[in-house]
Design a protein around this ligand. Structure first.
Ligand code: C2E
Ligand code: SIN
Ligand code: SIN
Ligand code: FE
Ligand code: FE
Length: 368
């Protein structure tokens, strides 16, 4: 097997066969494996195979031009990032701006110099390598999560819910400054780490089939500090890594509550970092709609009411509003993952137990 599979295959999109062949020749000389598509529609079929992560496209093309092609690729980026380079004519600065807006990563003006082209492709490869880093982090988060969630799906849903909440919140003036594209990508990538500190919680507590005693719950709450302290140490060593900073904030603050009754620091309101406030909502929606060793799943509609009741106490009211606007999407995400694994852990109680609202500083359920 080759370790560079996926990075070395380049898709060239150009309706002019002579230009396409010239590009193929240059790239092949540089050691890349090249496929040529004659228009955007054909190119999309290639992109969908998942075999091309770097694409160099002409702008002016019949059927689908390079700009629309970029937009289409970005619409279905979910299963891996595609690095898009546009090839533009000399006096084409307007289409450069439009192209970057449509989702292109870079552009090269024709006629191009082969070594410039190669440098730009290297930049793309570096970016794609960062994606491998994100996948590795997700794999580590999965490893830590396996102990208490054998059925999986929890981390995939958490990051999806967090992203949805961000997209909704970003529409509002109070949040739009803090929640930009970078923020959304970071929360998507780091929210799966929120419970990483559970690695430090013994089985007899983490996997206890029944309710925890007060002392056991106290030990359980330490997962926020165990994860937080570990990530904080790394974040301080690499202060410019925004990724670590956000991972730390989420890990330490996802059990704080808006009214100050949460843990570990009893922060309230906007003292709680925004990523922590958002992931708190995602985490609780997921915990309530899922079966746990200690509880059954509540149906979506019941959970919506529970969350509504928690507005202003557990949760920030603005985030509850965003959740309410998104509730059908939350339900759809949940159903999607339930279907994927044959609903093994998604069984609902036939009879819904009375909702116990937790008091200040007390565990979620009555532990008497
Ligand atoms: P988790 O299971 O992922 O739950 C995350 C959060 O969802 C909980 O944080 C709580 O805010 C909310 N939540 C979960 N189930 C319920 C519920 O039935 N009712 C209500 N009102 N809220 C619920 P919390 O309470 O700080 O717990 C943190 C973690 O501690 C939990 O993560 C779980 O791993 C563990 N845990 C909490 N209570 C118990 C328990 O009674 N038995 C066991 N074995 N573990 C527990
Ligand atoms: C599970 O869902 O199987 C794990 C229970 C928990 O998170 O405490
Ligand atoms: C929660 O605070 O855990 C959910 C909302 C509620 O129980 O009132
Ligand atoms: Fe947690
Ligand atoms: Fe969780």
């Amino acid at each position: 097997m080759s370790y560079s599979v996926g990075l070395s295959s380049i898709l060239v999109v150009d309706d002019d066969p002579i230009a396409a062949e010239a590009l193929r020749y240059t790239l092949t000389t540089c050691g890349y494996d090249v496929t040529v598509a004659g228009d955007g529609i054909e190119a999309l079929d290639y992109v969908r195979t998942g075999n091309y992560r770097i694409v160099i496209s002409d702008v002016e093309m019949p059927k689908m031009n390079g700009i629309d092609f970029c937009r289409e690729v970005r619409k279905r980026d979910a299963c891996g990032y595609t690095y898009l380079i546009l090839l533009t004519g000399r006096c084409d600065t307007d289409s450069v701006v439009v192209g970057l807006n449509a989702g292109a990563d870079d552009y090269i003006a024709k006629p191009f110099h082969p070594s410039e082209l190669q440098m730009r492709i290297r930049a793309g490869e570096r970016l794609l390598a960062l994606e491998s880093r994100d996948l590795m982090i997700f794999a580590l988060a999965k490893l830590a999560d396996r102990r208490d969630h054998e059925t999986g799906g929890h981390l995939e849903r958490i990051r999806e819910y967090s992203r949805l909440l961000c997209l909704e919140l970003a529409k509002k003036p109070e949040y739009c400054e803090e929640i930009d594209e970078v923020f959304i990508q970071l929360i998507y990538d780091t929210s799966p780490l929120h419970d990483i500190g559970k690695v430090g919680i013994p089985d007899r507590i983490l996997l206890k089939p029944g309710r925890l005693t007060e002392e056991e719950f106290k030990i359980m709450t330490e997962h926020t500090q165990i994860g937080g302290e570990t990530l904080q140490a790394v974040a301080e060593a690499y202060p410019r890594a925004a990724f670590l900073q956000m991972a730390y904030q989420i890990t330490v603050s996802h059990h704080e509550r808006w009214d100050g009754s949460g843990y570990p620091n009893g922060l309230s309101g906007r003292e709680i970092p925004l990523p922590g406030r958002i992931v708190a909502m995602a985490d609780v929606y997921d915990a309530l709609t899922s079966q746990r060793v200690y509880k059954s799943a509540y149906p979506h509609d019941v959970v919506v009411k529970m969350i509504q009741k928690g507005s202003g106490s557990h949760f920030e009211p603005g985030i509850v509003q965003a959740f309410l606007a998104l509730q059908d999407e939350f339900r759809a995400v949940k159903e999607h993952y339930d279907q994927r694994r044959g609903n093994k852990s998604g069984q609902f109680l036939t009879q819904v137990p009375p909702i116990v609202t937790s008091g200040a500083n007390s565990p979620v359920m009555d532990r008497t």
